[in-house]
Ligand binder design. Sequence first.
Ligand code: GTP
Ligand code: MG
Length: 150
Amino acid sequence: SEQTFIAVKPDGVQRGLVGEIICRFEKRGYKLAAIKLVTPTQEHLEKHYEDLKDKPFFKGLITYMGSGPVCAMVWEGREAVKVGRQLLGATNPMASQPGTIRGDYAIDVGRNVCHGSDAVESAKKEIDLWFKKEEVNSWKKAEHDWVYEK
Ligand code: GTP
Ligand code: MG
C-alpha cells in the first residue's frame, strides 16, 4: 500500500513533539515502516528541497532543517500521502485548522514542526533519499483487519 515520508523537523524534536506526532499517525491506523533520528547535511537538504531552491526563504529553510536532529519516518496505509498532509495541516500554521499538528503546535511558517510528502512521486523520491532499502520494514500489523474492512 501507499507510503509517505514524514519528518519531525528540528523545532519539533527540540519541543518534545516526536511522541505526539507519532501518536497521531499510529492512532489514525497508519503503520510505521521506518524511523530514525538524523541531523541532515546541507547537501542532503538541498536535494530534499531542490524544488524550492529559487525561493527567497530557501537558505533559511536549509539552515533551520540542519540545525539539529530530525526524526525521519515512513508511514504506510491507504492514501498515506494525502491523509498525512491532512494530519500535518496547512504549510502556514496561521492557516492550519485546530486539530491538525501545525494547527495545534505551531505559529510561524518558518518553524512549522513537521514535513510531509506532497505527492506519491515525491514520497518515493524522499524515502529513497532519507532511507536505505533495508531500513524500510515490510510487516503485517496485528490491527490491520480492525482498521480496514478489506
Ligand atoms: P513541507 O512538508 O515542509 O515540505 O512543507 P509544505 O509541503 O507544506 O510546503 P513547501 O514544500 O512549499 O515548503 C517547505 C517548507 O518551507 C515549509 O514547510 C516551510 O517550513 C518553509 N516555507 C514555505 N513557505 C515559506 C515562507 O513563505 N517563508 C518561510 N520562512 N518559510 C517557508
Ligand atoms: Mg513540501
